[in-house]
Structures are given as C-alpha cells and as structure tokens.
Design a protein around this ligand. Structure first.
Ligand code: SF4
Length: 129
C-alpha cells in the first residue's frame, strides 16, 4: 500500500534524517519514508500517515502552534503547486527527487525561511538549490 502524504511532507521528507517529536513519531516516520520509497505515494489533503502519529494532531488539525493548521495547509498547497501534483493523485519518491532542483529555490524562499525545523536540514536543502 502506498504512503499517504500531504503536500509539504512530499518535499520536507526528502531531507528527513531521523529527527522528530518523540520515539513513536520517529519510528512511524521511518516506516512511512520506507513505504513511500518502495511503494509510492498517494497525495492527500490534510492529516497524513505522518500526522496520524504526531502529538500535535488534534481532531484532524495541526495544533503545533497558534495558526499552524492554516500555515501548514498553505505549505501543502505551495508544495503541490510546485510539484504539479494534486491530492488524490500518486507520485513516486524518485519523481519528487527529480523535480527538486526546479522547485527548491522557491520552496526555500517561501517555506524554509519561517520553518522551526530549518536548523535540522537547511544546509542540505541549500546544497540542492
Ligand atoms: S506538526 Fe502538524 S503537520 Fe507536522 S506532523 Fe504534526 S500534525 Fe502533521
């Protein structure tokens, strides 16, 4: 079965290196990345296979901080527009890797600059841009 991923995770997980909010979240995330690489990805709208094991998911909304759900949904839309894929469609991990060089500059400009996780992956993201 394919991994279900929301828009911003399509791009952010390309830079995932084992960090996360707690052990359950990380263990799940590692499985999700493995499935995404091996079986492909179904793009979804809203909470996905990553969010479903996240301590900040409350009644289907991201409660990471005030205004997070709206911000995350904006990033989901930005990512799907850049990758030219819509919720309900499938995409391969490799296709995202191939598209990254075309989209990473705009992603860095509009998404990474305000991200709380940027210290974790920003250098690597910059290497791709
Ligand atoms: S912080 Fe929000 S978007 Fe990120 S995994 Fe948790 S619920 Fe999903």
């Amino acid at each position: 079965m394919r991994a279900k991923l929301r828009g911003h995770h399509l791009i952010c997980l390309q830079f995932y290196r084992g960090e996360g909010y707690n052990r359950e979240f990380v263990e799940n995330l590692e499985k999700v990345v493995e499935v995404a690489k091996e079986e492909g990805i179904l793009v979804v709208d809203g909470a996905d296979d990553v969010c479903n094991h996240c301590p900040y998911l409350v009644e289907g909304r991201c409660e990471y901080k005030e205004g997070a759900d709206e911000e995350i949904r904006y990033l989901d839309s930005l990512a799907t527009a850049l990758l030219k894929v819509n919720p309900g469609e499938t995409i391969a991990w490799r296709e995202i890797e191939e598209k990254l060089p075309e989209v990473i500059d705009e992603w860095v400009e509009k998404a990474c600059k305000n991200c709380d996780w940027r210290e974790v992956c920003y250098n690597e993201v910059r290497n791709k841009s």
